[in-house]
Ligand binder design. Structure first.
Ligand SMILES: Cc1cc2nc3c(=O)[nH]c(=O)nc-3n(C[C@H](O)[C@H](O)[C@H](O)COP(=O)(O)OP(=O)(O)OC[C@H]3O[C@@H](n4cnc5c(N)ncnc54)[C@H](O)[C@@H]3O)c2cc1C
Length: 364
């Protein structure tokens, strides 16, 4: 059994920021990620980020990842990093099982931060298991990390920011986006992204869905259908589009499984993306010493993942008896940044989700 003080699972923006602040406070940190690259989703984001200036908006996502990784360098061995290491088990006696270098390793932790992010949702339609049907994150990884174009003619499903941005990146990489289909009556993402696609001639079809993918061994096209106000297909509105790839961008769901294995309370909060661990105001789950941050505790954005990661790192350190010299100032600043990031009409859904979770926490 390997003994560790603070273990952080996930080296995306939340985990990297948590590691830095905890190390500053004096913790010895083990940061674990299953990927060969550090930065989580940021490594495949080639666009300049929107969001808050304080969270490096206007910088390309993969550059933000590089900067967050560089921030850990001064801490040397205080922050130990295991890459290509997957946490496959978490047990209530504060033990993790990690699969790495062809073997299982057991770690006993004093405190744990879960910063594992979110997983892509799929969509039920006939033949959705044909080669050529991808999640939007997979398409981004193929194109922007490995330089592989997933298809020449693509139909995108979902008009949230991810769907809109990935359409644009597909076009930049040389693909033709034959259509972007959206079941809702209006687009879900920022108008600025949708306008860019319209200017490039991409048809945006609202109240429309894919009912079937065509092809025997690979995608050759899709059948679309119009939807009524109850989201049921309207008979007689079916049409076909030829394509060799279908990209599904219908949202993300928090990866809650490790928290669940540890025995944390995990309600369904739709506004936060699905099953999420209940958190107290310091980001601690209902299991003492186990904290959560970033998309794993509710799907938001990299900016809020970074700030939430700082808060989790700060409070995990305090739990371990390492009070950061600037604890109060950092705590106050993080809370102010989070309420600003979640302000305005775009933050309304998140605020509603957090309120539900808060009520439940206080009612315990
Ligand atoms: C197309 C697109 C565009 C976006 N644009 C923006 C934007 O402009 N501005 C913005 O603020 N946000 C943007 N985001 C959102 C942002 O990327 C995410 O909100 C953010 O990356 C979440 O950070 P995280 O650290 O919580 O999780 P992630 O970045 O998902 O990192 C989680 C890490 O955990 C690791 N992991 C998971 N499970 C395990 C396990 N069992 N064992 C070991 N490691 C594990 C993963 O490998 C990963 O590295 C965008 C997202 C997408 C997909």
């Amino acid at each position: 059994m390997i003994e560790k003080e603070l273990v952080i699972v996930g080296a995306g923006p939340a985990g990297l920021c948590a590691a830095r602040i905890a190390a500053e406070a004096g913790c010895r940190v083990l940061l674990i990620d299953r990927s060969p690259l550090l930065g989580g989703q940021l490594i495949k984001q080639t666009h300049k980020f929107f969001g808050s200036e304080q969270q490096r908006a206007k910088t390309r996502g993969f550059r933000i990842a590089e900067a967050l990784v560089a921030d850990l360098k001064p801490f040397g061995d205080t922050v130990e990093i295991w890459q290509e290491a997957t946490v496959v088990g978490a047990y209530p006696d504060s033990v993790l099982t990690v699969w790495t270098n062809g073997e299982y390793r057991k770690i006993h932790f004093q405190s744990l931060i879960l910063a594992v992010g979110a997983g892509e949702r799929s969509l039920a339609f006939e033949n959705n298991d044909l080669p050529g049907v991808y999640g939007a994150g997979a398409v981004q990884t193929l194109m922007n990390v490995y330089g592989v174009l997933p298809g020449k003619e693509v139909v995108m499903i979902g008009s949230g920011n991810i769907g809109l941005i990935v359409c644009y990146q597909l076009i930049q990489a040389g693909a033709v986006v034959k259509a972007l289909v959206e079941a809702a009556p209006k687009i879900g993402g920022y108008k600025v992204h949708a306008s860019k696609l319209r200017r490039l001639g991409v048809p945006i079809l609202t109240r429309t869905t894919v009912v079937r993918a065509l092809g025997d061994s690979a995608v050759k096209g899709v059948v679309l259908s119009g939807l009524d106000e109850n989201w049921n297909p309207i008979p007689g509105t079916e049409s076909e589009i030829a394509c060799d790839a279908v990209c599904v961008a219908v949202g993300l769901s928090p990866l809650y499984q490790l928290a669940w294995m540890l025995g944390a309370e995990i309600p369904y909060v739709g506004e936060l993306g699905g099953m999420v661990p209940l958190l107290d105001e310091n980001r601690q789950t209902t299991v003492s010493g186990v904290f959560a941050a970033g998309d794993a505790s509710g799907v938001e954005e990299a900016s809020s993942a970074m700030v939430g990661g700082r808060l989790a790192g700060l409070h995990a350190a305090r739990f371990l008896g390492h009070l950061h010299p600037d604890h109060t100032a950092i705590d106050t600043e993080c809370r102010a940044q989070l309420s600003s990031l979640r302000g305005g009409p775009f933050g309304a859904k998140i605020r509603a989700g957090l309120k539900k979770a808060e009520v439940k926490v206080h009612a315990r």
